[in-house]
Write a protein that binds this ligand. Structure first.
Ligand code: B1M
Length: 211
């Protein structure tokens, strides 16, 4: 019988020092009849949860998280359609992007991967995303959350433009913001629903906002 701890370990190690990749182990578990939900919850997501916790405690850093995400991604892509077909609901739907005028995407990608690793359905719009694009995609997908990243003080005001556009459109999505120059005070000032200083906290806040 497939050992789900081995799948979790392959994610934690980022396939390094593991005889088989997370994807290969996932294939084996599926072939043995293990449910996609069990593989996801006790293998893939459990592995990512360990990585996120270590990242939060500064026990691992961005490169390690990205290496784990690279192991997690293909295995997740394999089980995701099976989970959906079986009626599993994602933790929440998130439309994410870096705001208009801003091309920084390393932090945004980290937040995106971390949310994905905790069961959120992610629509990543990339960088330089205008307010109307955020709102349109959120309405189209019925998103619970619009997640924005900004790394430039000059692009931070775009976050307010998005928050205002969301309200004006009567869009049900809540807003969460982050990025190096962004603060809780700024989130309060512009009326965003949430702020997170890092990817691990973004997951916690996202879970609180999607109820
Ligand atoms: Co630029 N850059 N950059 N840059 N760059 C900064 C941000 C800067 C602080 C450097 C400096 O001057 N010391 C400065 C901004 C100054 C300011 O606004 N006050 C700056 C500048 C000025 C510029 C240009 C204008 C430079 C120029 O062309 N003259 C230009 C702007 C281009 C544009 O966007 N229009 C520019 C360009 C670039 C590169 C393209 C070369 C490259 C980006 C590559 C890429 O992203 N693909 C780049 C880089 C790499 C940086 C630095 C060095 C690193 C940013 C980074 O990736 N950090 C940065 C200086 C620095 O921060 N030391 C700098 C790592 C990343 C993991 O952290 O994004 O903060 P971060 O994400 C964190 C948290 O903030 C949080 O989670 C992550 C970690 O867990 N987080 C969220 C992020 N988004 C979140 C969203 C959330 C929640 C949490 O909810 C949705």
């Amino acid at each position: 019988m497939a050992d789900l701890k081995v799948i979790a370990e392959a994610v934690i190690q980022g396939n390094r020092n593991c005889p088989k990749t997370a994807l290969e182990l996932t294939e084996e578990a599926l072939a043995e009849g293990v449910s996609p939900k069990t593989i996801f919850e006790d293998g893939l997501m459990a592995g990512m949860a360990v990585v996120i916790e270590k990242f939060k405690k500064n026990e691992v850093f961005i490169p390690e998280v990205l290496i784990s995400a690279r192991a997690f991604g293909p295995a997740m892509d394999r089980v995701k359609p099976l989970l959906l077909a079986a009626g599993s609901k994602p933790a929440g739907k998130v439309v994410i992007g870096t705001v208009k005028g801003d091309l920084h995407d390393i932090g945004k990608n980290l937040v995106s991967l971390t949310l994905k690793g905790q069961g959120f359905d992610i629509e990543d719009l990339g960088t330089d995303v205008a307010a109307d694009v955020f709102v349109k995609k959120a309405e189209e997908t019925g998103a619970d959350l619009i997640a924005m990243s900004a790394l430039l003080t000059t692009t931070m005001p775009q976050m307010k433009t998005v928050v205002d556009a969301v309200k004006e459109a009567g869009c049900k999505a809540k807003t969460i913001i982050g990025g190096a120059p962004v603060t809780q005070e700024y989130a309060n000032e512009i009326g965003a629903d949430g702020y997170a200083p890092d990817a691990a906290t973004a997951v916690e806040i996202a879970k609180q906002l999607v109820v």
